[in-house]
Design a protein around this ligand. Structure first.
Ligand SMILES: [Zn+2]
Ligand SMILES: [Zn+2]
Length: 122
């Protein structure tokens, strides 16, 4: 047994204890930062997945939404149809007319099924 003077023991406790708690704190902080980084990465991945899974807007080739088309596929949206043209063949007057689209030709909305992903949050 080495006989340390009291200040020697105090010094060893202060330095040793201080170093230990500092490294523990450092380790905890690093762990916390890593966790935050992982959560941020997880969030970005989820956003990318959402964007990829998002069905395209059901918009017809006539530029009108699927909802404007009836069951037969005919479009019921009103459009401005030119009724008179000037000498340069530019329309000078318009009248509202029904879109003459006969068939919806856009993407069909899919029934959206969400499978909750199991996220390991520790
Ligand atoms: Zn249409
Ligand atoms: Zn239309």
């Amino acid at each position: 047994m080495i006989d340390l003077p009291w200040w020697g023991v105090a010094w060893a406790v202060a330095v040793g204890g201080g170093w230990a708690s500092k490294s523990v704190r450092q380790a905890l902080r690093t762990r916390h930062e890593r966790k935050l980084q992982r959560l941020a990465a997880e969030e970005r991945r989820q956003l990318a997945l959402d964007a990829a899974n998002k069905p395209p807007e059901p918009v017809c080739g006539c530029t009108h939404h699927l909802a404007k088309h009836d069951k037969q596929g005919k479009c019921h949206e009103m459009v401005e149809a030119p009724t008179a043209w000037d000498a340069e063949r530019k329309p000078v007057s318009y009248e509202p007319r029904r879109c003459n689209c006969q068939q919806y030709v856009g993407p069909q909305p899919l029934a959206t099924v969400y499978a909750e992903e199991i996220v390991d949050l520790e």
